[in-house]
Design a protein around this ligand. Structure first.
Ligand SMILES: *Cc1c(COP(=O)(O)O)cnc(C)c1O
Length: 371
């Protein structure tokens, strides 16, 4: 049987490089609760990403929950329906009300013009996503937040290593959360980090991820267990040595797709703004309205020949049962997001994808498109 091609395949470091780190863990006899490798990974990541304050976590979803607790967010939070469900789920877990706002179809991110219209006296925060690692309109979002006294938490799960005019995109807003899940550009199997902008906030995050303990006998908040263990910290340290090479391979794949697909009629490829150094995390293709009915047929036909594409993000979060009763989940409020969700197909992109495999994906895709 022919090998199936998945939409992504995890970056794995050479096993022989991981073994000495495991030996260190055994030597230290420290398994978790902020051991030496945890500390080393925080330092190396802060340095690599160009951020000051970083708190490692066991996964991105716990970071979203904790970020909202860190800033004591209440009531209504403006967010995007065009994301992975964890974004909105974090609001429900905190007893907050998601208010969905439509997206700009070109950037796939919250439309700043529409954010302002959705603000009420109950709004306390904005939770945008940098979808596919393409930054949201951080300047306009910040100016809206400043005008109305709102906090901004970026779901930056897709945004490892992305910079704008040379500066990390993770330094915008009050907090940003990264995911190091196996499917993401940089993975530590499961994991992630919250980026904060001052030492006091980092301290609060670090208390909250450890049950709220400030010291042995003092509990300052009803914290959670979001800690990262030493084995996964070690894994991250090895991964970090290979991330630049992995990003470069992704870039080559992106350019090849882009070159071969940008002139194909009926579809549009993602647009990367000039001032952005991207991480090539996904390769979404958007079908024109006239042929968007073909999207699901093509998805199924490609699956049939062992090429597993993904419809990120379909269905919209706002259409799931726990959200669809909200006023803001109304179809008319989210027309651009609905159109995009029904017309997107993400093609496989990962460092080990060979030229041969990629050419096959492209030719199968094009042949189905013109059929
Ligand atoms: C992956 C992802 C998350 C969740 O991260 P985990 O580490 O898997 O918990 C949250 N938001 C977005 C947009 C994601 O893609």
């Amino acid at each position: 049987m022919k090998k199936e091609i998945y939409v992504t395949s995890p970056l794995l470091p050479p096993l022989e490089e991981f073994i000495p780190y495991l030996e260190k863990v055994w030597e230290n006899k420290r398994l978790t609760n902020g051991g030496p490798l945890h500390e080393q990974l925080e330092k190396e990541l802060a340095n690599y990403l160009g951020v000051k304050y970083i708190s490692l976590f066991s996964n991105g979803t716990l970071e979203l929950l904790t970020a909202l607790q860190t800033l004591r967010i209440t009531d209504e939070v403006i967010t995007t329906p065009y994301s992975f469900v964890a974004t909105s789920h974090s609001l429900l877990w905190n007893g907050l009300k998601p208010v969905f706002v439509d997206i700009d179809p070109l950037t796939c991110n919250l439309d700043p013009d529409k954010i302002e219209q959705a603000i009420t006296s109950h709004t306390t925060a904005i939770l945008p996503v940098h979808c596919y690692g393409i930054p949201a309109d951080v300047d306009r979002i910040q100016s809206i937040a400043d005008n109305y006294g709102l906090k901004v938490i970026y779901d930056a799960a897709h945004t490892f290593g992305v910079t704008k005019q040379g500066h990390s995109i993770l330094n915008y807003g009050d907090l940003s959360i990264l995911s190091f899940h196996a499917t993401k550009v940089f993975n530590t199997i499961e994991g992630g980090a919250i980026i904060s902008q001052d030492a006091k906030t980092k301290k609060r995050i670090d208390f909250l991820k450890n049950f709220g303990f400030a010291d042995e006998v003092t509990v300052v908040a009803p914290g959670i267990n979001g800690k990262r263990n030493e084995v996964q910290a070690a894994f991250g340290l090895v991964q970090l040595k290979h991330i630049d090479a992995a990003l470069l391979k992704r870039k080559v794949i992106y350019l090849r797709y882009s070159e071969q697909l940008k002139k194909v009629a009926g579809i549009r490829v993602i647009n990367i703004p000039k001032e952005i150094e991207w991480n090539y995390s996904y390769f979404p293709v958007f079908f024109d309205k006239s042929i968007s009915y073909k999207r699901d047929e093509i998805y199924t036909a490609m699956k049939g020949v062992g090429i597993l594409t993904r419809r990120y993000f379909y269905p919209l979060i706002s259409s799931f049962p726990m959200y669809r009763g909200l006023d803001s989940a109304n179809f008319n409020n989210l027309s651009e997001a609905n159109i995009l969700s029904n017309s997107v197909l993400c093609l496989p992109i990962y460092p080990d994808l060979s030229d041969f495999e990629q050419d096959n994906i492209i030719s199968v895709f094009i042949s189905l498109l013109v059929k």
